[in-house]
Design a protein around this ligand. Structure first.
Ligand code: HEC
Length: 140
């Protein structure tokens, strides 16, 4: 019984986290304000909880490590910083991750179907995207 109760608590926590609008970081008109590296903590927050827009959090479909609060429609991203470098020849992990978020239908991971939310380009600011990629690049 205990694991089931725990899972229920985790799901409730996840749902309540989804309900809270996250502070929106708007993209600035010029690219001067965007940091090259991105904010890893902020990226992880967006990965788990979304950015307050209608876009679903990445954890709706992806797991990282042993987290199980996911529909697992997409591949585990536990080692995406290394796996990502091997997906398309000539494309490094950083660029592959960026492309996977912005144009998920352009490269479909073997064994999976097109099914990733397709509007992140409209729903994430450039800074949010940079932060997300900074977080994903820690997953090696
Ligand atoms: C509705 C489900 C869904 C959501 C939400 C989603 N994805 Fe995906 N994602 C998928 C599926 C399915 C695939 C595999 C098919 C493909 O490559 O398009 C995928 C593939 C990927 C890949 C390539 C993985 C690999 O092993 O090469 C990356 C990177 C990725 N997603 C990142 C993200 C990030 C970051 C977010 C949040 C901003 C996100 N995804 C949100 C379903 C989703």
């Amino acid at each position: 019984m205990k694991p089931i109760i725990l899972a229920g608590i985790l799901i409730a926590a996840l749902l309540s986290a989804c309900g809270q609008p996250a502070p929106r970081v708007e993209a600035s008109g010029s690219s001067d304000n965007t940091t090259a590296e991105g904010d890893i903590t902020r990226g992880e927050f967006i990965f788990v909880s979304g950015n307050g827009s209608n876009a679903p959090p990445c954890t709706t479909c992806h797991t990282v490590g042993t987290s199980a609060m996911s529909l697992q429609l997409g591949p585990s991203l536990t080692h995406i910083a290394t796996d990502g470098a091997d997906r398309i020849s000539g494309v490094d992990a950083h660029d592959y991750i960026r492309q996977s978020i912005l144009q998920p239908q352009d490269h479909v991971v073997s064994g999976y179907r097109v099914g990733m939310y397709a509007d992140y380009e409209a729903d994430l600011s450039e800074q949010e995207l940079t932060d997300l990629i900074a977080f994903l690049m820690t997953l090696d």
